[in-house]
Design a protein around this ligand. Structure first.
Ligand SMILES: NC(=O)c1ccc[n+]([C@@H]2O[C@H](COP(=O)([O-])OP(=O)(O)OC[C@H]3O[C@@H](n4cnc5c(N)ncnc54)[C@H](OP(=O)(O)O)[C@@H]3O)[C@@H](O)[C@H]2O)c1
Length: 335
């Protein structure tokens, strides 16, 4: 596909992951040549990348670990841009904080050495909204930062690690003269390209398998994985893009989520009871996704996102297809 991007070489770290796989797919579709870093190129869990359209001609998988500077330097050397998406996704402090922070510093330094045009860094809402002192009426936007002491005291090591990693990215990029743009997605859902179930999709799977008997009295913001990937590319391709970009479509109470799921998929044992019948129902916070909308991003509705997530879980064999009266009949006729 000839386009202005043909001939541009970009690196995507952690290419086999949920979001990164979508970034690689869309980059290939737009004509980019992609170097994807993975920790083990021979692991079958990365095979889906080789099957993407354009992968045979324009995708190379490079073995790299975030804690191994040389491996990153080799992957990034000769690239025009970097999408730094790899990160541990865990609440274990040892596995989370150091690899996220040192890995980010390593990527920025390798990008500086390679004199890339821009680094797009995948941060998180976790670096934005964990602040107990924020006025509940305040619109959550790019000016908000999570409170590190609060993250520490509540043992929210994922949010702590992402916040410190983003701060490190900003500091190191400034020091080394790297053009850095940051994206802060909320909880990401939508079709999986990779064969395994990642943490954010697990959030929905538990409501369909019968493992969650109740839902929590809490709220969560959601966004479609394809929109997140496209936003990364828009931020790379728009010269005027700068700073942080909150990537969110809507905020729902868990009660709304199970209601939508139950309407689309009544055959699954979706919990309809809240675990907390005492406190008032948690209220969604207000947020702004205007910065990304101004770049032309159109967000997929959360209903569509939830529907596509469940369909994908079924197609990938992570969720048994429900036995309906019709399929029961079909089984009887065949036997
Ligand atoms: N999914 C969400 O809801 C969400 C929301 C906001 C932000 N994010 C951010 O988006 C990024 C991708 O998340 P995801 O949901 O796509 O998670 P994922 O599927 O678990 O992908 C994470 C990737 O990071 C790689 N990685 C972890 N530690 C590494 C290390 N030490 N060296 C090299 N690679 C390493 C993993 O590689 P292996 O396959 O080798 O383990 C994997 O490819 C992360 O930065 C995450 O914080 C995610």
């Amino acid at each position: 596909m000839p386009s202005a991007t043909s001939g541009q070489v970009v690196c995507v770290t952690g290419a086999g992951g949920y979001i990164a796989s979508w970034i690689v797919k869309l980059l290939l579709e737009r004509g980019y040549t992609v170097r994807g870093t993975v920790r083990n190129p021979d692991d079958a869990k990365n095979n889906h990348l080789r099957e993407l359209e354009g992968a045979k001609e324009r995708l190379t998988l490079c073995k790299a670990d975030l804690l191994d500077y040389e491996s990153l330097r080799e992957a990034i050397n000769g690239c025009d841009g970097v999408f730094h998406t790899a990160s541990p996704v865990t609440d274990d402090p040892e596995q989370m904080v150091e690899p996220a922070v040192i890995g980010t510093r390593n990527v920025i330094n390798a990008a500086a050495e390679a004199k890339v045009r821009r680094v797009v860094f995948t941060s998180s809402i976790g670096a934005v909204y964990m602040d107990p002192n924020r006025d509940p009426e305040k619109v959550v936007d790019e000016s908000c930062w999570s409170d590190l002491d609060f993250c520490k005291n509540t043992k929210n090591w994922y949010c702590y690690g992402k916040t410190v990693a983003e701060q490190e990215a900003v500091k190191e990029a400034e020091l080394k003269g790297v053009d850095l743009v940051v994206i802060n997605p909320v909880l990401v859902l939508g079709p999986l390209l990779q064969p395994t179930v990642n943490a954010s999709v697990l959030h929905i799977l538990k409501y369909l398998t019968g493992s969650a008997k109740t839902y929590a009295n809490s709220i969560q913001a959601y966004v479609h994985v394809k929109d997140v990937a496209l936003a990364h590319i828009l931020l790379y391709e728009t010269p005027s893009a700068s700073g942080r970009y909150l990537c969110a479509e809507s905020v729902l109470h868990r009660g709304d989520v199970v209601e939508i799921l139950a309407k689309f998929f009544p055959e699954y044992p979706i919990p309809m009871k809240c675990s907390d019948e005492i406190r008032p129902r948690a209220k969604p916070y207000k947020f702004s996704n205007q910065k990304l909308k101004d770049l032309g991003l159109e967000f997929t509705s959360v209903k569509q996102t939830l529907y596509e997530t469940v369909k994908s879980l079924q197609e990938k064999g992570h969720l048994p297809l429900p036995v309906t009266a019709e399929s029961d009949e079909a089984i009887k006729i065949q036997s």
